[in-house]
Design a protein around this ligand. Sequence first.
Ligand code: FES
Length: 101
Amino acid sequence: MFGLFKKNKSFTAKLVDYNQEFVVEPGDSLLTGALKAGLPWPKKCQVGSCGTCKCKIIDGKTRAEIDFSYVLSPDELNDGYALACQTSLKSDISVAVNLID
Ligand code: FES
C-alpha cells in the first residue's frame, strides 16, 4: 500500500522540571503514558472534567480529545495548558507538570 496506512507510533514526553521522560504508546493519553511509567501524575476523574491532571505543553504537537474550555480558562488555553487525561501526542513533546510529592 506504499505507506497509505501509516502505523501509529509511540512518542516521547519529556518532563522539563524533572529531567525524566517516558513513552506514550499509540492510543494512550499523556496521562496513561505517565501512569504506565510509574510517575505520580496528579489525577482524579480521568475523563476531562476535574482539571487535576492539568499540565503545560512546552514544545511539540498534541491533540485535545475533548474541548478543554469547559475546564481551563482562556488564559490557560492561550498559555498551552492541557488536560493530560484527554491529550494525545502527535510528536515528541516537552511538558511541565507538578508531580505529586
Ligand atoms: S484527571 Fe480530571 S481532568 Fe484529567
